[in-house]
Design a protein around this ligand. Structure first.
Ligand SMILES: NC(=O)c1ccc[n+]([C@@H]2O[C@H](COP(=O)([O-])OP(=O)(O)OC[C@H]3O[C@@H](n4cnc5c(N)ncnc54)[C@H](O)[C@@H]3O)[C@@H](O)[C@H]2O)c1
Length: 378
């Protein structure tokens, strides 16, 4: 294999919150050590002038447009990152594949199960490299929980908990936005918003629910529309999915939590795996803390301070704590490395099949909640 670095030229469609976060990752790509791929942001599409102006400051960007098809026609774009409202995913992802581009698709990979399957099938047919977004598993604490789960040393599994909590929606005066309305966010509501983050690690560990009982809540049904009036909020705010998985032939409970109204939790992603002999727990609430359980002569939870032990090493000092921009950069590094055939045994981004499984789970959760029964998954 040539030692010359491959260049991955990226176009962004949707330059809002996440589009700019991606630009920040490409802007400090050089912190990755001995990384085989160079990433360059070359084109951006958004409908808003003020956002296009923001991207004018990024010197590598050669094309700014309000028409995503113009971006897709650009021959110097290899990979497209699409970060737009959920009802636009399907069409834009299909357009990107039709244009012969590789794709990092924001979650939830389409507005519903039908869209997700459609995108997955088109991705397979196109032969393009397609992954979906979920960055928290790339944090050092999350990686250590994954390591513990794979160690075979936890004994018989007792339970798994995985969740993602937000709290800003507790504020009733927070204005409405597209994430609070079914027509733009999808009927799955908070599950579409936060669910991929919650299932990525369990799915990758082979923990796919066989049945689900869902508790879904809508708390605030109206919010200020930002123009002096009120607007309807009709998406699910909180979702608790009580599921069962099979580990080594035994049924194990797994609880998946997605909440927009979790008191005091600004952006808390967590995962916990508990067995009879050992366990592991990590939460972004304590971003450099790993908890490991061990049953010896005495039972003990050990608290370990983590530093900057990332999946892809960077120049950042080993004792420095990792944060959101770091795991987002790592996710992109995983995308670029896998696309270049250089991921090895490192953790990778969400695959199209996993995205479809997440939608199968959310669809079953809607059914469970509507009928107040347990829904089976196949
Ligand atoms: N990975 C994460 O941690 C994370 C966090 C937040 C959001 N997201 C996901 O990212 C996506 C975008 O969310 P966001 O928070 O950045 O939203 P946002 O509202 O901040 O940005 C969306 C952008 O899309 C633009 N847009 C809308 N229609 C368009 C069109 N036809 N052509 C071009 N641009 C268009 C809007 O002008 C806006 O700037 C969603 O899928 C969301 O679920 C992911």
């Amino acid at each position: 294999m040539s030692t010359a670095k491959q260049t991955m030229r990226v176009g962004i469609i949707g330059g809002g919150l996440m589009g700019r976060e991606a630009a920040s990752a490409f802007g400090r790509w050089f912190v990755l050590e001995n990384f085989p791929v160079q990433a360059v942001l070359v084109a951006v599409c958004d409908l808003q002038d003020k956002l296009l102006d923001w991207f004018r400051e990024v010197t590598t960007v050669r094309l700014l447009t309000k028409d995503h098809r113009e971006l897709l026609r650009a021959p110097d774009v290899d990979v497209v990152y699409v970060a737009v409202p959920h009802h636009l995913h399907e069409q834009m992802y299909l357009d990107a594949l039709d244009a012969g581009k590789d794709l990092l698709a924001e979650k939830p990979f389409g507005v519903d199960l039908k869209a997700a399957r459609h995108i997955r099938d088109a991705a397979v047919k196109s032969g393009r490299f397609v992954r979906s977004s979920s960055e928290f598993p790339f944090l050092p604490g999350a990686q250590r929980v994954i390591q513990a789960a794979r160690s075979g040393k936890l004994g018989r599994m007792l339970e798994i908990r995985s969740g993602f909590w937000h709290s800003s929606d507790l504020e009733p005066d927070k204005p409405v936005n597209w994430k609070r309305q079914t027509k733009t966010c999808g009927e799955i509501g908070v599950m579409g918003d936060l669910g991929m983050h919650v299932v990525h690690v369990p799915f990758r560990l082979g923990w796919k629910p066989i049945r689900v009982y869902a508790q879904l809540q809508k708390i605030y049904t109206q919010r200020p529309d930002g123009k002096g009036g009120m607007a309807t909020c009709d998406t699910w705010d909180n979702a608790m999915l009580h599921t069962e998985i099979i580990i080594e032939g035994e049924e194990v409970p797994m609880r998946l939590e997605m909440k927009r109204l979790a008191p005091g939790e600004t952006n808390t992603w967590f995962i916990e795996v508990l067995g009879t002999d050992g366990g592991a727990r990590f939460s972004t609430k304590e971003p450099k803390t790993l908890w490991l359980f061990e049953r010896g002569q005495e039972q003990r939870w050990q608290r370990i301070d983590l530093g900057h032990q990332m999946v892809f090493p960077t120049i950042t000092g080993g004792i420095f704590e990792a944060g959101f921009p770091d795991c987002f950069l790592q996710m992109w590094a995983a995308y670029a490395a896998e696309r270049a055939g250089q991921l090895g045994n490192r953790f990778g981004c969400v695959m199209p099949d996993e995205a479809v499984w997440s939608h199968e789970l959310f669809a079953a959760a809607l059914e469970s909640h509507a009928k107040k029964t347990v829904a089976a998954l196949h």
